[in-house]
Design a protein around this ligand. Structure first.
Ligand code: PMV
Length: 400
């Protein structure tokens, strides 16, 4: 397509999901390349409610230029939810990586002066532990590839995960759907792979939003401080995380939710323990997060089996993971303990008991004890349910 100045315009649009890590990435091996100290495993979530939609317009100004993308020759603008925002070096690095590809269109554009417009809109609180950067960087990468008509025929999808990685480490796991692993090896070749697609296992995720504030310590700074100061973290990297990765892979293969939940919980605990062990200490969790943790532990105890797991990223919002066959119990139970249910405790017991052999009297007593410490209703800002999703998708220009 040509514009009035005879320069070519390339437009692409994509929708990126968030992902939630079951085995956390925390700590960079190389700060520039954004490579991790350990492999991580995550669930890619659907984009029904939470997503980033990004449109990229690349205009070839038809002027020869041998300057790099981060030199002023190239005009890049970014709008997030309609507001002008700073174009970070990480965003520039994504474009640089594209322009280095040995693909004719990339080679051609790498010698030209470009005008690039990025328009991004997302539906969730930024920097509050809801993986907003993962979804936005994945959407940006797929939008650029779509604009340049790069697809599986000229570039394997794994290459796109590397592009997303330089935007935000965990973003590499949002390119593909289902259950993904980010492989640490390979320096700049560090990439994500899909372990299972979304239809492999009918898992659900409930995100409990208890804060919309930006976190005090960004994940980049947090992981740097942890790496520099925490002794516990050395044990995590050398022992704990390796054990968790191995065990989770076996449990996923066997679709053994009871043991998956145990590993997910332990990895979240271990990651947050390393944050607390950081000097100066970092605490991403708040009182409401602690209440979610207690709620999960109690439900699993009552059911004498782990039917759900909690995990927290670098923020206080809780992710509760479960098999969708337990979704009804999970929804009713958490609505009850958060104070949003119209039901009596006996009605709740009927729902849980219908599926489990529980000791009703004990369970009632324990739930009643828990809700004595229930946070104020307004502190539980929102609960959002997800299924596994298909990863980042290309949108047609007129797609909403
Ligand atoms: O990709 P970043 O820099 O936003 O770091 C993400 C770190 C965690 O969310 C805490 C863990 C993870 O693996 O997603």
């Amino acid at each position: 397509m040509k514009n009035k100045n005879e320069g070519k315009i390339y437009v692409g649009k994509a929708k990126g999901p968030i992902n939630i890590a079951l085995i956390k990435y925390w700590g960079k091996d190389d700060d520039q390349l954004i490579t991790p100290l350990n492999n991580s495993i995550s669930l890619t979530l659907d984009t029904n409610i939470f997503y980033t939609e990004t449109k990229v317009t690349i205009e070839d100004l038809d002027i020869k230029s041998d300057k790099n993308i981060d030199e002023e020759e190239n005009l890049i603008t970014l709008k997030i939810n309609g507001k002008n925002s700073t174009v970070t070096n990480r965003i520039k690095n994504i474009f640089k990586k594209f322009l280095k590809l040995k693909i004719p269109i990339c080679e051609e554009l790498s010698e030209k002066k470009l005008k690039i417009e990025i328009e991004s809109k997302n539906t969730f609180p930024i920097a509050s532990g809801c993986a907003s950067s993962a979804s936005s960087m994945a959407a940006l990468v797929v939008a650029i590839s779509s604009a340049l008509k790069i697809d599986n025929n000229n570039l394997p999808k794994i290459e796109l995960t590397k592009m997303a990685r330089v935007g935000s480490g965990s973003a590499c796991r949002s390119i593909m759907g289902g259950i993904c692993e980010w492989i640490k090896e390979g320096g700049d070749d560090s990439h994500a792979i899909q372990l299972y697609d979304k239809s492999y296992w009918d898992l659900g995720v409930k995100l409990v939003i208890v804060s919309q504030k930006e976190k005090d310590v960004s994940s980049s700074l947090g992981m740097k401080l942890t790496k520099e100061t925490s002794e516990l973290f050395k044990h995590r990297i050398n022992t704990v995380v390796l054990k968790h990765l191995l065990e989770l892979k076996i449990s996923l293969k066997n679709k053994d939710f009871n043991s998956c939940a145990e590993i997910i919980i332990k990895d979240s605990n271990n990651f947050h323990a390393c944050c607390r062990d950081t000097y100066p200490t970092i605490n991403y969790l708040n009182e409401e997060s602690e209440y979610i943790i207690k709620g999960v532990i109690l439900l699993n105890k009552i059911c004498k089996n782990n039917i759900c797991a909690y995990t927290f990223d670098a923020g206080s919002n809780g992710f509760i993971i479960y098999e969708n066959k337990s979704k009804n119990i999970i929804d009713e139970y958490f609505n009850f303990i958060f104070g949003f249910s119209e039901q009596s405790i006996d009605e709740l017991m009927n729902i849980i008991e219908g599926n489990k052999t529980i000791k009703i009297q004990d369970a009632k007593e324990q739930i009643n004890n828990l809700i004595k410490r229930r946070p104020l209703k307004e502190k539980i800002i929102n609960q959002i349910s997800f299924n596994l999703g298909e990863g980042t998708i290309i949108l047609e220009e007129n797609d909403k």
